[in-house]
Ligand binder design. Sequence first.
Ligand SMILES: C[S@@+](CC[C@H](N)C(=O)[O-])C[C@H]1O[C@@H](n2cnc3c(N)ncnc32)[C@H](O)[C@@H]1O
Length: 661
Amino acid sequence: MNEWGFAAEIKSWWDEEFPRHPDWRLTRCEVEQAVEPGGQRSDLVVIGGGVTRLCGEIRLPDHPVSNPWHPDNLLNAINKATHRGSRWAFTSDGTTLLLIDTMRSGPPSVRVVQEIPLVSFTGRSELDSEAFLLRLRDVWVTAIREIAPIVVGIAIPKGMAPDELFVNSLRALLSAPVAAIRDELNRRRIAEPQFAEQLVVWMVDRLLWSHVPDQWEAEILRASRLTAYVLTTRLMFYEALRRSKADLPALSIPVASAHIARTNLKAYFEEARSISGDYETLFSWDQAFDFALVDAGLGSWGRVVEHLASFDLTNIGYDVLGKMFERLIDPNERYRWGQHYTSPDVVDLMLSFAIPDGRGRVLDPAAGGGTFLVRAYVRKRVFNPTESHQQILSELYGLDISPFAASLATVNLAIRHLGFEDNYPQIAAKSFFQVDPAEAFMALPSPQRVSLDEREGRDVAIEPVRAVVCNPPYVRLHELGRDRQDEAKKVLEVNRSVPVPPKLHGLSNYHVYFWLHSAQFLEPDGRLVVIAAGEWLDSDYGAVLQKWLMDHFEIECCIESLAEPWFSEARVGTVVVVARLSESDSIRNANRVRFVLLRRPLRELYGDSASDVEHIRNVDALRDRLMSLVGDFGESKDFDWSTATQDELRGLGTAASEGRE
Ligand SMILES: C[S@@+](CC[C@H](N)C(=O)[O-])C[C@H]1O[C@@H](n2cnc3c(N)ncnc32)[C@H](O)[C@@H]1O
């Protein structure tokens, strides 16, 4: 089935629906077909009272520019609706429908007033299945039931958060440069063996990927996305800086040639370093930028730059970059690297346990877009308002294997105080298992540099930390490449300051290695506060981890929620564990572990707050309530709980799994 056939199906489903809702006063749909460069498009027009009420464009997901967020698609739909005298328009690729209010002012993306998820599908061949068409019918009928009351003026649209608009349109815009980069990298690696070699060295040495020759195509696509995203974060930071340093020139990407575009961009970045006197780590030239700026992609990079300039990054919420990290990444890749975003609500609770008075060094060894580090920054700010930005940064360490994630986390922290000298977050794009306590893991420009040409750096090592807080990747170890597996297993071999089990269960998940390695970075009495899918509490491999925790830590709290998912991917049974390093057998054995099952979302339990200070106070009040739980078990409208000493748990076999029952 093609677009036209698909639109005709929708027309028939909607036409049947109209008589059931006389208050809509909608009479019929019409389908029109248009041929456009790269494919076909069908327009669906809804008529009521003799006039056009809604006018939409439907593409199929395999159309070359199918993304309904793409500005061209939005603009086409707006123009078409305006031409027909309709206030309301929509765009859809069959998987999502965007309702647009053409009367709003501003760029096309800010006129989107509601996003309606439809059904996930990849191409037109799926439309040949009767069963699939029945599913589609349900979602499209549900969609018109949502939209019709709005277009006839008896309901108002839900609206869209500005951050959502920004990220969605950026993602759509990036598909064009990503495709251009992919084609160019593929062309060159086939035509130029030397280039292919250079690419492999970059992927293996810099990105720490393993290269599998018969997976070239997939690797190139992944590399193209990554280079595009890394360049985008730098461009974004440049734009943010431009708002506070008015003499920085506006970015523009010349379309004449990739060589000229690279030379220009280098000059912009040099200028940014020189005017700001800072940000060496963010503006030093990265090989990824050479790959990202290709002749065929220059026009689309220009549009990305325009989009970034239209949005004030310094005004967006702290968690947007965190979300962006995940939202820009393809879902398959996300799954492969366990790249999920943790809700800031639970991050705040974890930090409340980790650094109760806001003091001390904090490490996130799997930092993603930097949510834990940014919230740790805010917590420190609230507790120590006189500490400088620089002092706070010196107490935060982050690592992520993904250069895109590491660059986002870096921007996310640096942006907290633009314009300050020596604004260098201690975040490296590195595998956690390649970093050892107190050994240099990155170099930063030294604060006393005399000139920009003086490249002398200072080594940064992770000093013992008060807390490790993280959401480690949740993937089966054997799904990772051999190098990654070997590197993680080394954690078990060496003589560690906190002893680790000599062997783990064969099916152990990657996150277990993060626990064991994290412990080595703690100062005496330091805390490990980890969020992970709760499967490990009931598994064989988890029993080893539980025993290890009880042998070296006082487990203070295990918290789960019945009321909300804490990872963006709605996983059930996510658990937060708070454990404090303890050398004393007797203290550990007598320690009472609190197992808590929340019945209400954290946001409700915290209550409203008008400022960061009030919010953190509310979070701490919940922490104190949990820590003061006594008695074997109990329940309330907010949570159920049980407690047991580690001695009792040991007697029962495995710790946490018993407590959960
Ligand atoms: C579940 S995400 C957590 C992201 C972020 N901290 C959050 O909670 O929103 C796990 C992160 O671990 C990173 N990662 C995977 N393997 C790693 C390794 N060996 N060393 C450091 N980071 C790694 C992934 O790139 C991903 O960003």
